[in-house]
Design a protein around this ligand. Structure first.
Ligand code: RTP
Ligand code: MG
Length: 148
């Protein structure tokens, strides 16, 4: 089964959207296998967003993501990497479809509420940045046979 990294960004935590975002993944049927809350140190933010280093929005992005607590999660299930991106909607909430997380709760690209890995390689890299192996749980859910 695929795993992906999803994070409620500082604006999502401040606005009380943690439960809403978790609920969407739970209701869809995905399985939560890792969860933690912390304030991201600058070095970690620069590593996480290394692909954007040098871009005009990089400094603002690092300041935003380190500005308060985030909730980091690992979700497991069939095709969860692409599905999470679809559930979140486009990077710019102005372009995100209504009903997506960003299209429902966001207005500005610099305050887009949630992060999700954009590929299998990113998911593996990001899970490794934020979770130790023993912080990821393997457990049975009897209801899985009603989802798959
Ligand atoms: P994320 O990595 O945060 O999940 O978002 P994403 O894949 O949808 O978008 P990405 O291209 O990776 O951009 C990372 C974050 O940088 C901010 N951004 N600002 N001002 C701008 O033009 C701009 N472009 C990107 C956004 O907060 C975006 O989520
Ligand atoms: Mg990205």
């Amino acid at each position: 089964m695929e795993r992906t990294f999803v994070m409620v960004k500082p604006d999502g935590v401040q606005r009380g959207l943690v439960g809403e975002i978790i609920a969407r993944f739970e209701r869809r049927g995905y399985k939560l296998v890792g969860l933690k809350m912390f304030t991201m140190p600058r070095e970690v933010a620069e590593t996480h967003y290394a692909e954007h280093r040098g871009k005009p929005f990089f400094e603002g992005l690092v300041r935003y993501i380190t500005s308060g607590p985030v909730v980091a999660m690992v979700w497991e299930g069939k095709n969860v990497i692409a599905a999470a991106r679809e559930m979140m909607g486009a990077t710019d909430p102005q372009k995100a479809l209504p009903g997506t997380i960003r299209g429902t709760y966001g207005i500005d690209v610099g305050r887009n509420v949630v992060h999700g890995s954009d590929s299998p390689a990113s998911a593996a890299r990001e899970i490794d940045i934020f979770f130790k192996a023993d912080e990821l749980l393997n457990y049975e859910r009897p209801l899985d046979r009603w989802i798959y």
